[in-house]
Ligand binder design. Structure first.
Ligand code: FNR
Length: 387
């Protein structure tokens, strides 16, 4: 297991002997800047932007800087094992690819590229309801790869049940229900360009292939696309759900269910009381509530409140291997990587995604070992100091 992921470092240095350098930067904190030059302004604004002033996007990163890893010496950490099993899904490291919608605005292959890259690395992907390819097509591209499905909860029960049935049939094992986006926040980067991909019929593939959705249309999407798009968009807008509606999801889903977007320990307790299997501590990458608490600052309290009852996952601001380690030390079982792999896709499609994800895993592997940990289970509160 030594160097299982860290081997990417050797691979890169060895290519240097033939005068080759990596095709894309190995510094995930630079990806946004590099991608800016390669992306159209609309898609770049959509991916990079946050709610309001962007304050929470910055806060997410700042919270990582306030926690520092305290390396330990002579721990025999040369042989490491990063593999974990989360909610029944074995993974090579505690990292999943976060659900990101409308990926075809970034690269024509969109979610198919993500599915192929994820499968090649054995890293689980979480497919968004708002994908640009149907969940069946993505499953096919993902092959034997582990995959979860993210649900934006539609206000028509028949459509919801149909989506869940399709996802189950297509081999998605865990359901992540996103609660924080029942309407879109005020997002100046998108508003300034009047850019909303859904209105351009991107990110509607699951609707346009859904029998229950199609049955509710007076005219097919081919005959009247604007009307079909409008019906799909309004199915997710202004439709905040209630805790007492969660049994509906349980009825229609056999596998584990996690609630994504949890930021208060009481909401995490309610998730546990409602019989959910996990939560994703997340503020949607600062895209929903401007001024919201940094996701990493919310994590320790939530882990303390429900860590013994629920699987606690984390996203929002993870960029480097050190970030992953910090989130694990604060109580997460695994993290979801978001924008970095999307920028990788912008730079090089499937190849770009693989490069970014391999880089994060290699960095995690090295950081884990150099700070004295042999396995993920060795990482704990004592691994960090709050400064
Ligand atoms: C997202 N996110 C998201 N979440 C979700 O549950 N369903 C979705 O369709 C999307 N779509 C989406 C699009 C784009 C462009 C971004 C950047 C994000 C949120 C995503 O899953 C995750 O919570 C954030 O990306 C985490 O923040 P960072 O680490 O990427 O900054």
């Amino acid at each position: 297991m030594a160097g299982q992921h860290a081997g990417y470092q050797n691979e890169i240095y060895l290519q240097g002997l033939a005068d080759h350098v990596p095709p894309f930067t190995t510094d995930p904190t630079r990806l946004e800047d590099v991608a800016r030059d390669r992306m159209e302004p609309g898609p770049f604004g959509y991916v990079s932007g946050g709610a309001g002033s962007g304050d929470t996007v910055l806060a997410n990163r700042a919270a990582f800087a306030r926690r520092r890893i305290v390396p330990r010496m002579l721990t025999d950490a040369t042989t490491r094992d990063l593999s974990v099993t989360v909610l029944g899904t074995p993974m090579p490291a505690p990292v999943l690819l976060a659900p990101v919608g409308v990926q075809s605005i970034v690269h024509p292959d969109g979610e198919l590229a993500t599915a192929r890259a994820a499968a090649a690395l054995g890293v689980p992907m979480v497919l968004s309801t708002a994908s640009s390819y149907s969940l069946e097509d993505v499953a096919e591209a993902n092959g034997d790869g582990p995959r979860w499905f993210q649900l934006y909860w539609p206000n028509e029960p028949e459509v919801c049940a149909s989506l869940l049935e399709r996802a189950k049939r297509a081999g998605y094992s865990t359901l992540a229900v996103t609660l924080d986006t029942w309407t879109l926040a005020w997002r100046p980067r998108d508003l300034d360009q009047a850019y909303l991909p859904f209105l351009r019929a991107t990110g509607v593939a699951n609707a346009f292939t859904d029998p229950a959705f199609l049955a509710g249309l007076a005219k097919s999407p081919q005959e009247d696309q604007p009307m079909a798009v409008l019906r799909w968009v309004s199915m997710f807008t202004g439709t905040d759900k209630r805790w007492d509606q969660l049994p509906f999801l349980r009825e229609h889903w056999d596998g584990p269910i996690v609630l994504k977007g949890i930021q208060h320990p009481d909401d995490a307790r309610r998730a546990a009381d409602a019989g959910m299997d996990g939560v994703v501590v997340s503020n949607h990458g600062g895209r929903q509530v401007d001024g919201a608490i940094a996701a990493l600052d919310a994590l320790p309290e939530i882990a303390a409140a429900v860590g013994d009852r629920l699987t606690v996952l984390f996203d929002s601001g993870v960029r480097t291997g050190a970030d992953v380690l910090k989130a694990l030390a604060l109580g997460a079982s695994a993290v979801l990587l978001g924008r970095p792999y999307v920028y990788g896709m912008a730079l090089g499609g499937e190849t770009g995604i693989r490069h970014v994800v391999r880089g994060v895993l290699a960095d995690l592997d090295l950081t884990l070992g150099l700070s004295g940990h042999r396995t993920i289970a060795d990482v704990g509160p004592d691994s960090l100091r709050h400064v």
